[in-house]
Design a protein around this ligand. Structure first.
Ligand SMILES: [Zn+2]
Length: 367
């Protein structure tokens, strides 16, 4: 199969999902079962149905001849300010507040608002999509207005995209086509903070649009699909971690999973898991005759970090039984104490004979 792997989501190795791009379609695929998603088909993951048509797909390249693509001159980035000399000034804005996305434009002629347009997008849509949607709407409206029109936006990247020949976004391509057909429309970038009345009106309208705009149904961006997959995978990982039977000592220290790295050293991992140079661990593999340390107590990580006379210089304060979990969390969360643990484990690993040397019948009841 000719899959092109585009993105990889950082997840535990037993549950890796890939986002694949195949003949123009984004798909979800399980590494263990790439057959679950075939071209043009929808797929299911963790009980959620993914319809490929709901997600943004790259459009085929523009059909305009490069020699006829002349948008460079009519889209300016600064240097110009709204002058009121042009019969129609159109101000656009896109907004995303508290996960609500909206966009709007207002047209002003002779200091009178002649048209206002508001659209409400899905919370999954991006500000860029909102900005691009309103630019297209403004261009289309100006095209029918039959006069010279200046369209203003404070979104530099949207204007940059409109100027680019190699865009694969359908809305941008459609806006470009309209622009190329009408030489009376020009666009300019204007900063949002210079107190231009039209920009302020568009800004207010865009905020209103997040609640009362006309619903615009735009496909969801690729970033949203990645976010959805990541969240589903993380919650599956969390439930496996909650209900698992192994590594319970680590579970009590880190009950909440995260895909952010902990930055624990190899020694700290040995300490937290108990899988290190401890008699309690070595005995399981026949590398030590007993669970006990040379001093006579059970030789586990906590013993060496708090009680063993052989490791006195690496000691932390011993926790009372009800604060044991807290002790583990705090010991492994502080940089200095992690460094101390590193030194302790290195000491134990290089002095295994010392730990074993006084190995006799236990003299104390294990802690
Ligand atoms: Zn000991």
């Amino acid at each position: 199969m000719n899959w092109l792997k585009v993105s990889f989501i950082s997840l535990p190795p037993w549950d890796r999902k890939e986002l694949l791009f195949f003949e123009g379609f984004w798909c979800v695929s399980d590494v263990r079962d790439t057959g679950c998603c075939i071209k043009n088909r929808n797929c299911d993951y963790e009980g959620i149905h993914f319809d490929h048509e709901s997600y943004e797909q790259p459009s085929s390249p523009s059909t305009i001849h490069p020699a006829l693509f002349s948008l460079e001159d009519i889209i300016s980035h600064g240097g110009q300010v709204p002058s009121n000399r042009t019969p129609i000034e159109v101000y656009t804005d896109g907004s995303k507040i508290n996960d609500q996305t909206g966009s709007s434009f207002c047209a002003i002629a002779n200091e009178v608002i002649t048209n206002a347009w508001k659209a409400k997008l899905s919370p999954a849509n991006t500000v860029f999509q909102a900005e691009m949607l309103v630019l297209k709407a403004a261009i289309e409206w100006a095209n029918t207005a039959n006069g010279d029109a200046n369209i203003w936006s404070d979104s530099e990247c949207s204007l940059q995209a409109l100027k680019s020949f190699n865009v694969k976004n359908k809305i941008t391509q459609e806006a470009q086509m309209t622009l190329l057909e009408n030489a009376r429309i020009s666009l300019g970038w204007v900063t949002a903070h210079i107190g231009i009345k039209g920009i302020e009106i568009a800004d207010t309208l865009a905020k209103e649009a997040t609640t009362d705009g006309i619903p615009a149904s735009l496909t969801f961006p690729k970033s949203f699909l990645k976010k959805q997959l990541l969240q589903l995978s993380l919650s599956r990982w969390q439930s496996e971690w909650d209900n698992g039977e192994t590594s319970r000592s680590v579970y009590s220290i880190i009950p909440k999973i995260s895909n952010k790295q902990l930055h624990w050293s190899r020694e700290c991992i040995q300490f937290a898991t108990g899988h290190g140079p401890f008699p309690s661990y070595l005995k399981r593999f026949g590398l030590h005759s007993t669970d006990y340390c040379g001093c006579g107590e059970i030789g586990n990580p906590l013993h060496y970090a708090t009680r063993c006379p052989l490791t006195l210089s690496y000691h932390h304060k011993e926790p009372s039984p009800q604060f044991k979990v807290h002790w583990w969390k705090s010991t492994l969360s502080r940089k200095l104490s992690r460094r101390n643990i590193d030194n302790l484990i290195t000491f134990l690993a290089t002095n295994e004979d010392l730990i074993k040397s006084q190995n006799t019948t236990p003299s104390h009841t294990p802690a």
